[in-house]
Design a protein around this ligand. Structure first.
Ligand code: NAD
Ligand code: G3P
Length: 334
């Protein structure tokens, strides 16, 4: 396959390098200096330090050139920017008039419109375009080192679901297929917010019991919101829901978890995001997730607590407020 990965941050660089084990892959990034340094050294010194990228990977900073080289129906474009840039990149793809299929890796909801990624893509590229979401528990650093990883490609387009999944799959990267795009996207978006909560919990040293309770009640939030939006329960309890939540809430490589740890230590959100050097989607879309839930009359107390802390409520007070909620049945609330 002829693949272009659009966005040269941590995840775009790692996945491009991994896919280069089996395909012709070009990595596009908007920063000319970084792209030319990567072409010479095969290291992304800004976003993915420490791992040499695949020697067959090609690098380019000219968007039009990449579009011209990936214009056929057999080609694949993989958007690897933060969610906030998804609409803009799709608009550039639409202008290029390519027949290529489009996948996206970003996890979140659009802050201004509360749209999920597939809704943004459909608005810009049309509802019949061959597109899909690629998501799952995947720390970039591990994928770049060819450590085993399992993802899900969710699409309503039969060709993507069958042929592309077979082809993208390789010895280090197992890819499952699904048609539940909403379920895959809700899990990926909410787990980032819940990972901030887990970071706060661990940063305040509330203990392992508290963390297990938080993750479990976080899953309940994911189920409630997912079901209200039409997701399948099996998807939410699979790789892109519970699987990604376990990884992000407990894995030390998570940027969202790091945001929670730093909030618990008393740092300001502004200082945390300035120091991170990467996007933490949970901090960007927590309020939008809450607004989306309210639109559907779904109660998300942990998400609400994260929003309050992001707005300046001391983390200890947010925890107290969560614990002091009225006693309730576990099953009914799910
Ligand atoms: N890092 C991971 O392990 C990982 C894994 C799975 C999914 N994701 C998701 O993938 C998305 C990207 O994450 P990341 O880790 O690569 O982020 P990152 O912060 O490491 O890099 C973001 C990249 O996007 C580029 N970018 C930002 N706005 C752009 C625009 N308008 N046009 C072109 N490029 C633009 C930046 O220059 C940078 O290269 C996020 O939604 C994240 O949740 C990340
Ligand atoms: O580092 P995070 O918290 O953005 O998480 C990265 C991936 O989404 C994990 O699957």
């Amino acid at each position: 396959m002829n693949i272009a990965v659009l966005g040269a941050g941590a995840w775009g660089s790692a996945l491009a390098s991994s896919l280069a084990n089996r395909h012709r892959v070009t990595l596009w990034g908007r920063d000319e200096l970084l792209m030319s340094s990567m072409a010479q050294t095969f290291y992304n010194t800004t976003y993915l330090t420490g791992t040499r990228l695949h020697p067959d990977l090609k690098f380019c900073h000219r968007f039009e050139q990449v579009m011209a080289e990936h214009s056929h129906a057999d080609d694949v474009l993989i958007i690897a920017t933060p969610l906030a840039a998804l609409r803009g990149v799709c608009q550039k793809i639409a202008k290029a008039n390519t027949q290529a299929s489009v996948l996206w890796l970003c996890k979140g909801v659009e802050r201004e419109t509360l749209a999920l990624p597939h809704q943004i893509v459909a608005e810009v590229l049309g509802v019949d375009a061959p597109v899909g979401a690629l998501s799952g528990p995947s720390f970039a650093a591990e994928v770049a080192q060819n450590q085993p990883c399992a993802l899900v490609l969710a699409s309503l387009h039969p060709r993507l679901n069958m042929d592309f999944v077979q082809q993208l799959h390789h010895a280090h990267l197992r890819i499952y297929h699904s048609t539940d795009v909403i379920g895959v996207e809700i899990g990926g978006a909410l787990k980032n917010v819940l990972a901030i909560a887990a970071g706060i919990c661990d940063g305040l040293e509330l203990g392992m019991n508290a963390r297990a309770a938080l993750i479990t009640r976080g899953i309940a939030e994911m189920m409630r919101l997912g079901q209200a939006l039409g997701a399948q329960t099996a998807t939410l309890s699979g790789l892109t829901g519970v699987g990604d939540l376990i990884l992000t809430a407990t894995g030390h490589l998570s940027r969202n978890r790091k945001v929670g740890l730093a909030l618990a230590a008393g740092a300001s959100l502004q200082d945390i995001t300035a120091g991170l050097g990467h996007v933490a989607e949970g901090a960007l879309c927590a309020h939008a997730m809450l607004a989306l839930a309210r639109q559907h009359q779904v109660d998300l107390p942990i998400t609400q607590a994260v929003c309050a802390v992001l707005d300046g409520l001391p983390p200890k007070e947010a925890v107290q407020q969560l614990l002091m909620r009225e006693a309730a049945s576990e099953s009914i609330r799910l």
